[in-house]
Design a protein around this ligand. Structure first.
Ligand code: CP
Length: 320
């Protein structure tokens, strides 16, 4: 596997889930695979889970790890081609990327959407430059439009907790004070569509996700109706994806607190598990009682980030 951005990069998802279970049974089984190999993790944005779980995954596989926080100690990087670099950016990504590739075997990149230019973000301009110029296998640690390590961990978590062969899974928008990217809901919808679940997506009008990720899922604008009979409730905020109104891309259109997941929302479900990728704003996305309830899966989801990352790194090492 030379790139990891989309569900299809893993091929058969049942096979990937079986590999995840194999890793879970013995997470050090492939410890020789990464001997004398180096993972470089490049962060343009902050992280807790992705940073720790991916580093742990690399250690499970016997790899060495280099972490570069681009905004803390590196030269400030220019990402646009064709500009006159007379500002505060000292180095261009087009030199920095092949240099990074000299020092490692695999590269993970976290580069969030800027949320000002839909075309630039949805072209995945930054990570695609890593794919093109690094000479190394590259995986997304949340790029402008996708967060596949999270979605794979979410799928593993659902597989482990489902009570029926084809559970009803509801992806629900919830309010947030800041404009957030669409990477997590895009990937969640994409991966659930690829898996054997009954996916329903609910959000206020104007928050329609890009069809390339959500097509095939049912969209229900009445949140309570969507939640009826759900076995998994996946809450997440996202800003306007700009599908029908490109000029509103990246904006907050709604802060309706009636969308916050509380006990009344969970009461109409089929005793659903609550899920969120974290970090989460309590009182905005979800109430304390719901996230602290026995059916909250937020910690098992985070734990499965180590498993999803170990499978992905293993596949990439096997392709070297
Ligand atoms: N869920 C997730 O990716 O968490 P971090 O942003 O902390 O890495």
């Amino acid at each position: 596997m030379k790139t990891f951005q989309y569900a299809e990069d893993l091929g058969n998802l049942n096979q990937a889930l079986a590999e995840a279970q194999e890793i879970k049974n013995d997470r050090f089984k492939y410890q020789q695979l990464g001997k004398n190999k180096t993972l470089m993790m490049v962060f343009f944005n902050n992280s807790l889970r992705t940073r720790l779980s991916t580093q742990k995954a690399a250690m499970n596989l016997g790899m060495n790890v280099i972490v570069l926080d681009v905004n803390a100690g590196a030269w400030k990087l220019e990402t646009e081609r064709g500009v006159i670099m007379d500002g505060d950016k000292s180095e261009h990504l087009l030199e920095a990327i092949p240099v990074m590739g000299c020092y490692c075997d695999l590269i993970g990149v976290r580069s969030f959407a800027g949320l000002t230019d839909r075309e630039y973000d949805y072209a995945e301009t930054v990570i695609n430059q890593f794919i093109k110029y690094s000479g190394r296998p590259v995986f997304a640690m949340e790029s402008a439009t996708v967060h596949p390590l999270q979605a794979f961990a979410d799928l593993i978590t659902i597989e482990e907790h489902k009570r029926s062969s084809r559970p009803k899974v509801v992806l629900t928008w919830a309010p947030h004070p800041k404009a957030l990217p669409q990477a997590v809901p895009n990937s969640f919808a994409e991966w659930m569509n690829a898996a054997d679940v009954d996916l329903v997506v609910t959000h206020p009008k104007g928050y329609e996700l890009d069809p390339r990720f959500v097509a095939g899922a049912r969209v229900e604008y009445d949140q309570m109706k969507a939640l009826e009979g759900a076995q998994f409730v996946y809450a997440k905020n996202w800003s306007c994806p700009g599908v029908s109104l490109p000029q509103q891309y990246g904006q907050i259109l709604n802060k309706d607190m009636s969308w916050t997941i509380d006990a009344a929302h969970m009461a109409v479900t089929d005793n659903a598990f609550f899920m969120h990728c974290l970090p989460v704003r309590r009182g905005m996305i979800v109430t304390d009682d719901v996230i602290e309830s026995p059916t909250s899966l937020v910690i098992p989801e985070a734990a499965n980030r180590e498993i999803s990352a170990t499978v992905v790194l293993k596949r990439m090492l096997q392709s070297l």
